[in-house]
Design a protein around this ligand. Structure first.
Ligand SMILES: O=C(O)[C@H](O)[C@@H](O)[C@H](O)[C@H](O)CO
Ligand SMILES: [Zn+2]
Length: 301
C-alpha cells in the first residue's frame, strides 16, 4: 500500500473559456495564466487571493517571466513584451505572416532564456481546425526568431530535462509526447522520437511540465486528469483526476514548488455538462504529490 494525501482544490473559481500557460512567479507569490479566447492575462495572488486581469487585443496563448522585468506573451502570431504596471504591449517579433488564420498556442522559456512557442490554425470548435498549419518557433534574447519545423496540428506542451539535454514537446493531435536531443548552447533540436502514446481514456495531451525527478506531468484535455510519465521507460507512473474534464496545463508553484497548479477550459461544455462540473474554467491546486517542480526560466531578452 502506498501513502497518499493528495488534495485537490479549486483555488480560484474563474470561468476561463480556455485557461492555459500557468506560471509561478515567486517574487509576487502569484500564479500567472492566460485565458486564450478571452484575450486575457491574469495574475492570482496566492496570499491575498486577489486576481488582476489585463485584456489584450487578440488571443493571448502563453505568458512567461522576463529577466528585465514584466512579462513576455504570445498574442495572435506575435511575440510581445508586456509591461504589467502600465498594461502596455511592445511587439518583439512576428511569425506565420502568410497564415492569416493562425495564432500562437502554448509557450515556455528554455533554460538559456529563449522563448519557445508554437502555432496552430484557429479552431472552429475545441480540437476542430485545419490540420498541419502550425509550426514551432523560439525567440532568442536578441529578438531573432528561429523556426524548428512546420506541419504541426496543435502546438502544445513543452519543457526541458533537468540536465537540459532533452526537449520534450507535444503536438496534441499526434496523441504523443515526443522528445528531441537539445543543444542548450545553440538552441538546436534533433533526433525526434516518441516517449509516450496516450491511452484512449487519457484523450488529448495538452500542457506539460517536468518535476525535479525528471518525470513529465501532462494535462489531458477531455481526460480530466494530469498524468505523470517516466520519459526513460515510457511508462505512466501516476494519474491524478480532477473534477473537470477539460484540463489544459499544469505547473509547479507555491513553497519550494511543492504544489501543482492546473488550468482548464469551460468552452465546449454544454449546459448539462456545466451542471456536473461547475468549477470548469477555474484554477486548481494539487498538494500532497510528494514531488517538486522547478522555477520557471525568465526570457533573457
Ligand atoms: O490551449 C490549447 O492548447 C488549445 O488552444 C485549446 O484549444 C485546447 O487545449 C485544444 O483544443 C485541445 O487540444
Ligand atoms: Zn495547450
Amino acid at each position: 500500500m502506498t501513502m497518499s494525501s493528495i488534495k485537490i482544490e479549486c483555488v480560484l473559481p474563474e470561468h476561463c473559456r480556455c485557461g492555459e500557460s500557468p506560471v509561478w512567479e515567486e517574487a509576487s507569490n502569484s500564479l500567472l495564466f492566460v485565458d486564450i479566447p478571452a484575450k486575457r492575462v491574469c495574475q492570482w495572488d496566492s496570499l491575498t487571493k486577489q486576481v488582476q486581469r489585463v485584456t489584450m487585443d487578440a488571443p493571448v496563448s502563453s505568458v512567461a517571466l522576463r529577466q528585465s522585468g514584466g512579462y513576455v506573451v504570445t498574442i495572435g502570431t506575435k511575440f510581445c513584451a508586456l509591461n504589467w504596471k502600465n498594461q502596455s504591449v511592445v511587439v518583439l517579433a512576428s511569425v506565420d505572416q502568410d497564415k492569416k488564420n493562425n495564432r500562437f498556442n502554448d509557450g515556455k522559456v528554455d533554460p538559456a532564456g529563449r522563448y519557445f512557442a508554437g502555432t496552430m490554425a484557429e479552431e472552429t470548435a475545441p480540437a476542430v481546425l485545419e490540420r498541419h498549419q502550425g509550426a514551432l518557433y523560439s525567440l532568442f534574447p536578441d529578438h531573432h526568431v528561429k523556426k524548428y519545423f512546420d506541419q504541426v496540428d496543435i502546438s502544445n506542451g513543452l519543457d526541458w530535462s533537468m540536465d537540459h539535454k532533452i526537449f520534450y514537446y507535444i503536438d496534441s493531435l499526434s496523441y504523443s509526447v515526443d522528445a528531441f536531443d537539445y543543444d542548450l548552447q545553440t538552441g538546436k533540436i534533433s533526433n525526434r522520437r516518441s516517449v509516450y502514446k496516450l491511452e484512449k481514456d487519457e484523450q488529448i495531451p495538452d500542457g506539460m511540465c517536468i518535476d525535479t525527478e525528471g518525470k513529465l506531468w501532462v494535462a489531458c484535455y477531455n481526460g480530466g486528469r494530469v498524468i505523470r510519465l517516466d520519459p526513460v521507460t515510457g511508462k505512466r507512473l501516476q494519474t491524478v483526476k480532477l473534477p473537470v474534464d477539460k484540463t489544459t496545463s499544469c505547473c509547479f508553484g507555491g513553497k519550494d514548488y511543492s504544489e501543482m497548479y492546473v488550468t482548464c477550459a469551460r468552452d465546449g461544455i454544454d449546459p448539462q455538462g456545466l451542471l456536473k462540473q461547475p468549477e470548469a474554467g477555474g484554477i486548481f491546486k494539487i498538494t500532497g504529490l510528494g514531488v517538486k517542480g522547478i522555477a520557471p526560466y525568465p526570457y533573457a531578452g
